[in-house]
Design a protein around this ligand. Structure first.
Ligand SMILES: Nc1ncnc2c1ncn2[C@@H]1O[C@H](COP(=O)(O)OP(=O)(O)OP(=O)(O)O)[C@@H](O)[C@H]1O
Length: 320
């Protein structure tokens, strides 16, 4: 369990993490999503005691990292995949970590096996591909058999096989009852991996819920309507506007309706005796939802790109 309360980190004028309050529960994979510079790595560093909060707190299993008796047995972290000494073999790297943390040496072959690196245990970490380095980082995080795992962008730079492996592996770790918290700047990456997604931008919480909730919260569902009689459509457009929906004409015989459901549009059309040839609720894309949610929060946004208006109301808790 991770407990963040009003967690804030300032570097001079810059607020990297801004009043972040959230609980990350065991038995689930929780994705931590935000554009570059949103404050994900800083949050992870604050949780693991590598940096001190300006205010607020980050607790691991109810205690600040610095007050954990045996930190590696409580929380394992992959913050930098290239952290291993390049001249050390995978085995030696893990053995050194185990020794300095009072972890029995027999854990080393166990975690190497678990991440699929048993065959290259005697190879130097410096010769590893990025994918192998990520696996070694995960092995190091697992060394103390911790209840909590933090992984900063664990699939960055991995090929599709590597991504699939990480996804399946993290799921199995959560199924064992561990708290799994992983960051990414790509919603599509977390779509298949995370049970819950926490979205941040400029250090602030933007949304928190299942992937479906976050999509619903971040997108404006549009209902496409087409009919053979412009007069009938005009009447329907008036009725829809009276009912509070937003109506755009996308062609002489076509409407795009926001702020209502296809069912409601169909009922209104029926009541007004308007013939329709098309009535379709447009599916929202994850990437679109994410872009809307974070559109004000991207640090190095390209100018001139049309990011659609933010939309409101879904089941996810959206913090504005
Ligand atoms: N030591 C530091 N000194 C000054 N500013 C910092 C420091 N560390 C981070 N920042 C700033 O804090 C903000 C958050 O950075 P952070 O690395 O936590 O974001 P992130 O979400 O992990 O981004 P990325 O996806 O690019 O890794 C950024 O604007 C960054 O420049």
């Amino acid at each position: 369990m991770l407990t963040l309360r009003g967690l804030t980190k300032r570097y001079g004028e810059k607020t990297a993490v801004d009043d972040l309050t959230l609980d990350v529960a065991p038995g689930k994979v929780t994705g931590f999503l935000g554009p570059n510079g949103a404050g994900k790595s800083t949050t992870m560093r604050l949780i693991t005691g590598l940096d001190r909060p300006t205010s607020g707190s980050a607790l691991v299993q109810g205690r600040p990292y610095a007050r954990l008796d045996r930190p590696l047995r409580t929380v394992g972290a992959l913050l930098d995949a290239r952290a291993a000494h390049p001249r050390r073999t995978a085995y030696r790297h893990l053995l050194a970590m185990a020794r300095s943390n009072g972890i029995p040496a027999r854990r080393v072959p166990e975690v190497l096996e678990a991440v699929g690196l048993a065959d290259v245990a005697d190879k130097r970490a410096g010769s590893f591909s990025l994918g192998m380095s990520q696996r070694l980082g995960i092995a190091a995080a697992l060394l103390g058999d911790p209840a909590v795992l933090l992984l900063d962008e664990p699939v960055n730079g991995l090929d599709p096989d590597g991504v699939r492996w990480v996804r399946t592996f993290l799921r199995s770790l959560a199924d064992e009852g561990r708290t799994v918290f992983l960051s990414s700047h790509l919603m599509s990456e977390l779509e298949l991996t995370a049970d819950r997604v926490v979205v941040i931008g400029r250090g602030r919480l933007l949304a928190d819920g299942t992937v479906a909730d976050v999509v619903a919260a971040g997108t404006r569902r549009t209902v496409r309507v087409r009919g053979p009689e412009p007069g009938g459509l005009r009447l329907l457009a008036d009725r829809l506007a009276e009912a509070g929906a937003e109506v755009d004409w996308t062609g002489p015989n076509a409407l795009a309706v926001a702020g209502t459901s296809a069912e409601r549009v169909g009922d209104l059309a029926h009541r007004a005796h308007v013939r329709l040839h098309e009535l379709r609720a447009e599916e929202a894309s994850l990437e679109e939802a994410y872009l809307r949610l974070t559109s004000d929060s991207v640090e190095y946004a390209q100018t001139g790109g049309a990011v659609p208006d933010r939309a409101a109301a879904g089941e996810a808790e959206v913090v504005r």
